[in-house]
Design a protein around this ligand. Structure first.
Ligand code: SF4
Length: 682
């Protein structure tokens, strides 16, 4: 407050899906501090990322000129200590854009539309996501467009669309203040959604019971009434046991099931064999504890389920979410305050990017590309022929990049905006190999990321504080971010770059107005998404900063709690879908005895490209960490707090015999090569 500033600019935190509203304090064209605003998701609160993670925008690593790969330089993981000038040369925008778009166009014309793919971003704005998918569908000519949701909540969304007819949350996070029981599964909110976690802790303090279901008892376990430390990958067994108990002990909300659901008998038949006693040895939770939790969930006035990647990032992630939907439905715990289903969105705009159509099988607002009505509507709306076949997911795109040359659907060219799959893909060696094998890779980013290092053309983009645009948080709030700074050097707003590529691919777009016509793009997107955001006009967002959808008219305040009367399914009812208990895709064996699960660090976010370049965040947590059970640690010969520092410091490609299985051998590797030639996890 006492700092002297040149201006204060209201925006949204660019990190997690909580969507805290912030104010940037700017002096001498630099952000000097960030304050929390009284937004509906944060009420003035910020976590350490939101408060201190702003200086990445000023980092000397920022890309300030377009780059073109030098001829003959092999595409390989960045060798340690190599100067970027050995690999790339600086170029003008015209030269870089002509090369990027011209080569993509040439590949499309020679090999057909399926030869191209786009990987958009959940870190950017809704307008960027909308325009990016429009470019791929109308310019590249196929639906090969996706983003990080594929590796995050796509499985949850599949279950939710099938079950309740909408992929978004039923209740906002801070509705936990009305809950008597909070069932938190596969999520570590104090690290990943820190401000959201404060609402949960407050609820616990006033008496709400938190049930934490997780193979690892994380920080919020201190506030839990019960912790279900179940064996990894046995979610369906544990959840079916809870549903079984509800039915077996006569705790079903009969009226809700009768009036508002379908297929109860199939669900009931499926869980008949899943008694807590039968499932206890499978999931590792005592039968009596399972029964106790099921009773408490069903008998609470309001019970709410929140979940994260621990549920969705499985071969059977969709089944896991189906069980959560069923648990809410049979107990009538949905459609009222303090209840319902909340898949916590990770990236700041993964909800909005999905809504805006950055998905291979859906146009904006989840309208299927193979639905004749939706397809015809978008052909008319965009004034061009569109492919009616779902495109490839990012997983399939990586496979198709490595397909034989004779495959007519081989992906040969790719445009990646603001994502870093060479660091975030679950099968890194495969993804890096796929990206490196492309005939042409265009990467648009703010840093020379691991992915950009494999590109033919690198386009320097704008950081979040350098542009105006909207983002939609985990609570379905569409929120306005405003430009506080100009991009450094010759870096440009992403919206401008997408339009330049589009123009060079022959698309006659005309978005007039300030900042590359952002308001015009938003308005077009709103027309394509009338069923959810019709009432959220640009002017209204400028005035109110945050409006929750569904919002169907300008005087509609927005609907934080949905499904109060019916579900947006074809029948108007929630569809119960049984899930069978099946073993995980991979079981531990003598060669690979450990079950590894993912985790989160409070200070870091999405491959660290931004947070590792924020001085405070990197100083607070300079290392990647692994949590290992004490017994296992003793067996491995380590001690608590010990460091296998090679794992995070070494970079480069390992050329020893163990290269293919290196990532799985992790700490056991006895690679004889010098550090500079090893994989990061060597
Ligand atoms: Fe930003 Fe998420 Fe932290 Fe809020 S909780 S300040 S949105 S990182």
């Amino acid at each position: 407050g006492s700092q002297k500033v040149d201006r204060k600019v209201d925006s949204v935190c660019p990190f997690c899906g909580v969507g805290c509203l912030i104010t940037y304090n700017v002096r001498d064209e630099k952000i000097i501090s960030v304050e929390g605003r009284d937004g509906p998701a944060n009420h003035g609160r910020l976590c350490v990322k939101g408060r201190f993670g702003f200086d990445y925008a000023h980092h000397p690593d920022r890309l300030t000129m377009p780059l073109i790969r030098k001829p003959g330089v092999p595409k390989e993981v960045r060798p340690y200590g190599v100067d970027w000038r050995d690999t790339f040369r600086e170029a003008t925008w015209d030269e870089a854009l002509d090369l990027a778009a011209g080569t993509l166009k040439g590949l499309r014309d020679t090999h057909g539309p399926k030869a191209l793919a786009g990987f958009g971003s959940a870190k950017g704005s809704n307008e960027e996501a909308y325009l990016f998918q429009k470019l791929v569908r109308t310019g590249f000519g196929s639906n090969n467009v996706d983003h990080c949701t594929r590796l995050c909540h796509a499985s949850s969304v599949a279950a939710l669309l099938e079950g309740v007819g909408s992929g978004a949350v039923s209740n906002p996070v801070n509705d936990v203040e009305h809950a008597e029981l909070i069932f938190l599964i596969g999520s570590n909110p104090t690290a990943n959604h820190p401000v959201a976690a404060t609402w949960m802790k407050n609820a616990a303090k006033r008496g709400a019971r938190i049930v934490l279901a997780d193979p690892r008892v994380t920080d919020i376990g201190r506030h839990a009434w019960r912790t279900l430390q179940f064996k990894a990958d046995t979610d369906v067994a544990m959840l079916n046991a809870l549903i079984h108990t509800v039915i077996d002990e006569g705790l079903v909300d009969e009226a809700f099931v009768r009036d508002r659901t379908t297929d109860f008998e199939a669900l009931k038949a499926n869980v008949m064999g899943c008694s807590p006693e039968a499932m206890a040895p499978v999931c590792g939770i005592p039968a009596e504890t399972l029964r106790e939790v099921a009773r408490a969930f069903a008998q609470a006035k309001a019970s709410m389920i929140l979940w994260g990647m621990g549920v969705s990032q499985h071969v059977h992630g969709t089944d896991n979410a189906r069980c959560l939907i069923a648990l809410c439905a049979v107990t009538g715990q949905i459609g009222k305050p303090g209840s319902g289903l909340h898949p916590l969105r990770g990236q700041n705009n993964v909800q909005g990017a999905s809504d805006a159509g950055l998905i291979p099988m859906m146009f904006p607002n989840y309208q299927r590309v193979d639905n004749a009505g939706a397809h015809a509507w978008f052909e008319g709306f965009w004034g061009t022929k569109l492919d009616d076949a779902p495109g490839y997911t990012v997983v399939e795109i990586m496979h198709k990049a490595l397909a034989e040359g004779s495959d007519p659907h081989k992906v040969r060219g790719m445009y990646i905006m603001g994502e870093n799959p060479a660091m975030s893909d679950p099968d890194l060696n495969h993804a890096r190999h796929a990206l490196a094998s492309l005939s042409h890779l265009v990467v648009q980013d703010i840093f020379l990321t691991e992915t950009a290092w494999l590109a033919d053309v690198v386009l320097p983009a704008s950081a979040w504080p350098e542009k105006t645009g909207t983002a939609s948080n985990t609570d379905r709030m569409v929120q306005m971010g405003r430009r506080a700074l100009n991009p450094p050097g010759d870096a440009r707003p992403d919206l401008w770059v997408i339009q330049q590529i589009a123009a060079r691919m022959g698309l006659a777009w005309d978005y007039e107005g300030e900042e590359s016509g952002v308001a015009a793009v938003y308005d077009e997107m709103r027309q394509a998404m009338r069923a959810s955001i019709e009432g959220i006009t640009w002017d209204r967002l400028e005035r109110e900063s945050s409006v929750t959808y569904p919002c169907l008219s300008e005087d509609d305040p927005g609907q934080p709690i949905v499904f109060t009367e019916q579900f947006p399914t074809p029948t108007g009812r929630l569809k119960l879908v049984p899930a069978s208990v099946i073993p995980g895709a991979e079981q531990p064996d003598d060669a690979y005895p450990l079950v590894l699960i993912t985790g989160r660090q409070l200070e870091h976010w999405h491959t660290g490209s931004m947070t590792r370049r924020s001085a405070v965040l990197d100083a607070l947590e300079p290392l990647a960490t692994a949590s290992v059970h004490g017994d296992e640690l003793a067996r491995l010969g380590g001690g608590a707090g010990g460091r296998w520092w090679r794992c995070v410091r070494a970079v480069g490609r390992c050329r020893c015999a163990c290269a293919a299985t290196m990532a799985r051998r992790a700490v056991r590797c006895s690679c004889p090569l010098p550090m500079s030639r090893r994989l990061p996890i060597c």
